[in-house]
Design a protein around this ligand. Structure first.
Ligand code: HEC
Length: 194
């Protein structure tokens, strides 16, 4: 009798776990597949993301060591200003983040954490994801490493010694190196009030 109750108990636990996994309400979609009730907010966030993306990619490739050092400081100081000015213009909140951060201040918002952790650097899709966050809509756009990024995000061994020293000094816990061209390096996120 006691044995049967124990069996029933375990069966119940297993059923609960299965139903928790399969009945999980879906709260994210690939952009354009989201419900029409949130598509307006999603479109607004996406416009802001695309503007920021084009600004990020706009950097020169012909870096000598001296201009690289200056650009590290410039990116650290100017990126947040540029991001917030685009965000304000579009009436959204926005940021740039990664699963392997350089600056811990760029940590992802809570709602994006799990999705970011699931994405692999070399096995990913260039799809913007739309999240229903109740009062808000969240968006995540993956960003690929391009050749121009590798001077500061490629293998540390390839960095001039002064650059390596500067990055370690400014970001002692830097994890944003070792990327190859085309790998997933990070995400742009946006939040839009519905
Ligand atoms: C001159 C050096 C340099 C180059 C080139 C560069 N980055 Fe960065 N990157 C930085 C620095 C410095 C930060 C930290 C910025 C901050 O403090 O907010 C950063 C931060 C980031 C982050 C935010 C997450 C984090 O780790 O803090 C992403 C994503 C990123 N870079 C992607 C790119 C991409 C994509 C390119 C190429 C299009 C690129 N970077 C080119 C220096 C560089």
């Amino acid at each position: 009798m006691v044995n049967n109750i124990a069996k029933l108990f375990w069966l119940l636990i297993v059923l609960l776990i299965i139903s928790a996994c399969t009945n999980k309400p879906q709260n994210y979609w690939v952009l354009k597949a989201e419900p029409s009730s949130i598509s307006h907010a999603a479109e607004k966030g996406n416009s802001a993301i695309l503007i920021l993306l084009s600004n990020l990619g706009n950097k020169r490739t012909d870096h000598n060591s001296d201009s690289l050092l200056k650009e590290v400081t410039a990116r650290h100081e100017r990126a947040p200003i540029m991001i917030s000015s685009i965000a304000n213009e579009h009436g959204v909140a926005m940021g740039i983040t990664s699963g392997r951060l350089r600056n811990p201040d760029n940590a992802p918002p809570d709602w994006a954490l799990r999705y970011i952790q699931l994405c692999q650097t070399d096995n990913w899709k260039d799809e913007t994801i739309v999240f229903d966050l109740k009062e808000k809509v969240g968006l995540l756009k993956p960003v690929a490493a391009q050749k121009t990024c590798l001077s500061c995000h490629g293998p540390v061994e390839s960095f001039p010694p002064e650059l390596k020293a500067k990055i370690i000094r400014m970001f002692p816990n830097d994890k944003a190196t070792g990327y190859k061209n085309g790998e997933l390096i990070g995400f742009i996120w946006a939040e839009v009030i519905k």
